[in-house]
Design a protein around this ligand. Structure first.
Ligand SMILES: Nc1nc(=O)c2c([nH]1)NC[C@@H]1CN(c3ccc(C(=O)N[C@@H](CCC(=O)O)C(=O)O)cc3)C=[N+]21
Length: 288
């Protein structure tokens, strides 16, 4: 009786809530706005950006996609960010990652107004999250979506052991911070971790974000564990698959997210949620 955590359905539910909040704002003449900046012509990035745009429009969020050539200068790219920083119709600014070679992503992210940092990547927001500061601020969407998925299970996290495999800026690190903020005992494992299997087998909650297809097999999980697969890998047939051997671990685990249909749809739904959050926060502040 393993629970499959249905990211598609949870994303649908979250999007329905977001749509209602957008409708409420519309009664007051307010429309949340999202600006996505995409540099270069990577087809995978273009597809993600199209999906985000479509979802935003569907929920009633104003969506602006700014396509820039791979040859754009650092200064011109930062100039576009500044333009949206000053645009009162834009609440959230997202710079699609990765940027082409030669552009300094950290500098671009630092140029975003932290109040409009819908990805939660700005160092000020990262610092707030890591210090568990109170108040309203955006955080990384993939781990926030995972916290929503965990909440849907109605299990107690406090004192349980979470193991995060992967230490990226956008998933592993903020994920570990959020689980720590939820009073879990948190271990971050990564490519240099020795005896990885011994570490992952300790996990009550195991989050895997490595980009290594089927890294985690039946022997690497504790019986009954909750397994969150952030992988977006390709198998031998070129099909989308995760970092976890889903079929192999299935009978052993308590709950697991599929790929596709797990963390991915929740990431986009959380991005929309956070765009509306930011819009509401700015209304509460009186737009300062
Ligand atoms: N500034 C920035 N913010 C991001 O949030 C960001 C980014 N850059 N760069 C790329 C990654 C990747 N990402 C995904 C979101 C949803 C799916 C998703 O919905 N996946 C579907 C399947 C899609 C398919 O079939 O290819 C699923 O898992 O079911 C995937 C990937 C957001 N990213």
């Amino acid at each position: 009786m393993t629970t499959i955590i249905d990211g598609k359905q949870l994303a649908k539910d979250l999007n329905a809530q977001t749509q209602q909040r957008v409708a409420k704002l519309a009664e007051r003449g307010i429309t949340p706005g999202l600006a996505v900046i995409i540099v270069g012509d990577d087809p995978a990035s273009a597809l993600y950006v199209r999906n985000k745009h479509r979802k935003a429009v569907k929920l009633g969020i104003k969506s602006v996609v700014r396509e820039l050539p791979a040859t754009v200068s650092q200064a011109d790219l930062m100039g576009v960010v500044t333009e949206y920083n000053q645009d009162p119709t834009i609440n959230g600014i997202l710079v699609q990652s990765p940027l082409p070679r030669g552009l300094d992503e950290q500098a671009v992210v630092a140029a975003i107004d932290p109040k409009k940092d819908v990805d939660g990547f700005h160092p000020v927001n990262v610092g707030r999250l890591f210090n568990n500061l109170p108040g309203n601020y955006p955080v990384s969407c993939t781990p926030r979506g995972i916290m929503t998925m965990l909440a849907s299970l109605h299990i107690h996290l406090r004192g349980k052991h979470a193991v995060v495999v992967g230490r990226s800026r956008i998933v592993g690190r903020p994920m570990a911070a959020m689980l720590l903020n939820a009073d879990m005992t948190v271990t971050t494992a990564h490519v240099y971790t020795k005896h990885l299997s011994d570490v992952t087998r300790e996990a009550d909650v195991l989050v895997v974000a490595t980009g290594v297809a089927h890294l985690i097999k039946a022997n690497d999980v504790k019986p009954g564990a909750i397994v969150i697969d952030v992988g977006m890998d390709r198998d031998d047939q070129g099909k989308l698959t995760g970092d976890v051997d889903f079929d192999g671990v299935f009978d052993r685990v308590g709950a697991i997210t599929p790929v596709p249909g797990g963390v991915g749809p929740m990431t986009i739904a959380t991005l929309m949620q956070q765009t509306v959050d930011i819009c509401e926060w700015s209304e509460q502040r009186g737009n300062q």
